[in-house]
Structures are given as C-alpha cells and as structure tokens.
Design a protein around this ligand. Structure first.
Ligand code: PGA
Length: 255
C-alpha cells in the first residue's frame, strides 16, 4: 500500500452466497468489529436480491454495499440483466465488472467488460475492474502481456476523469477459490506491471493515484504480507468475506 498516494480498499465479493436474512445477520455481526477502522474503504458486493437487506443493515456504518455485475445497455430486451440506472436508483455506487467467473462461465469478453465498464462509469458509479492471467499463461511467462492487453482493452474509451472512479482488482485466475495465493512478490510485480500500463495510457499521476487490489485466496493469514507491498492497495476477497472474523482480520491488516 502507498497510503500517501491512494486509498486502500478492502472489498468482499459474496458471489452467489447469502440470502437477505443471512446478509443482514452477517453485517450486524461485522459492524461493531470494523467500526472506526477508517484507513480503508470497506465494500461488500452482493447478489442483486440481497443488496437492499445489506444496505439497510449497513446504514450509518462504514460499510458500503455494491453489486457483482451490471449490463451495458440502459434498458431493453436483456433477460436476466440489470442496468446501471437500476443500481443507481437503489443507491448502489460500486460494481464489480469482469470477474473471472463471469469471463469463464458466462461468456464475458474484454469487449463486454469494456462496454459494462463504460456504462457504469457514465452512470457515475465506481467500478472494480477484475483482470488476471490463467495458470497456463503464468507458466508460459506471459502474465505481463496478458494483463497489459486486458487493461488496455477493458479501459478503452475510459476518460482520465472517469479513471478516478476505477479500482483495478488483479486476480490471477489460478488463485481464485483454490487456496493457492500469489506470493506477495508475484502480486507486487504484476500490480506494478498493471500500473505501468495505466501510466502509459493516462500518465504517471493518474497511475499513481489508482487503487490496485489483489484478489485470489486472500485471507486472515496472508493479507498482511500482501498488503505490505507498495503496489497492492487492497484486496478483493471471496471466501474470507463470508466470515466476519476473517474479514475483520484483513481490514486490520490494512490499518
Ligand atoms: P477467493 O475469491 O478469495 O475466494 O479466492 C476472490 C474473488 O474471486 O474475488
């Protein structure tokens, strides 16, 4: 983390977990545990049907509730999708876009990720843009090329002003939900590499101000070492974001 230059963001990605009642119970348990811990932003991205309950439980606390995806069209014949305007209408400011599970299982490409990103930014939302290499790409030594390509394609057409509302989550796909975490050195190297690409697109100042999270089996045991790295400005947390004690330990590691 370089807290002098950028905001640390610890975000939970609940994925397809938690009914509204379960989300309420979780937030009520967590609230006193993270109260007053203001050195990082705390966000949970929730399933659409769980957002309202989580927002109600989080009201008045330092916990913010976001969504896990958003469609790029303003409205229309897109069965099963939700627009940025709809999310804004219920007070959602944050949205994950381009998660590897969306790319792997739901056919999302850099093109749709870019369209969704632009739509969310145009609606005034803050985007947590996920990217990262698969195992074969890391083994082939092309991680930097892969994340550079994703960064350029996913941010195409995003203005410097809009970039201020972008958080990049570097998530090596081989580390997500597998218990395999990138080493702090691997996370630092690739986050720094992404920052250099952003600098080539938007200039040094914009790149230095950009929050880049690491995600992929971050937990209470490894967070401190990952977050100690200069270019790792937070975490996007799946499994450990479902357990209040584990998530709090990650928030503490960011303080
Ligand atoms: P994980 O998920 O922490 O369970 O590996 C991270 C993510 O998918 O964002």
């Amino acid at each position: 983390m370089n807290t002098a230059k950028r905001r640390t963001v610890i975000a939970g990605n609940w994925k397809m977990n938690f009914t509204p009642d379960q989300a309420t119970a979780f937030i009520n348990e967590l609230k006193p545990m993270v109260a007053g811990k203001d050195n990082c932003d705390i966000i949970f991205c929730a399933p659409y049907v769980t957002i309202a309950a989580a927002q109600a439980a989080a009201q008045g606390s330092n916990i913010k509730i976001g969504a896990e995806n958003v469609h790029f069209a303003p409205n229309g014949a897109y069965t099963g999708e939700v627009s940025a305007e709809m999310l804004k209408a219920i007070g959602v400011e944050y949205v994950i876009i381009g998660h590897s599970e969306r790319r792997q299982y739901f056919g999302e490409t850099d093109e749709t990720v870019n369209l969704r990103t632009k739509a969310a930014l145009a609606a005034g939302m803050t985007v947590i843009l996920c990217l990262g290499e698969v195992k074969e790409q890391r083994l082939a030594g092309i991680t930097d090329e892969v994340v550079a390509m994703q960064t350029k394609l996913d941010l195409a057409g995003v203005s410097a002003e809009e970039l201020k509302r972008v958080i990049i989550a570097y998530e090596p796909v081989w580390a997500i939900g597998t218990g395999l975490t990138a080493t702090p050195e691997q996370a630092e190297e690739t986050c720094a590499s992404i920052r250099r690409v952003v600098a080539s697109m938007y200039g040094n100042d914009a790149a230095e101000a950009l929050t880049i999270q690491y995600g992929g089996s971050m937990n209470d045991a490894n967070a401190a070492d990952l977050l100690a790295k200069t270019n790792v400005d937070g975490g996007l947390i799946g499994g450990a974001s479902l357990v209040a004690k584990k998530f709090t330990a990650i928030v503490d590691a960011a303080q």
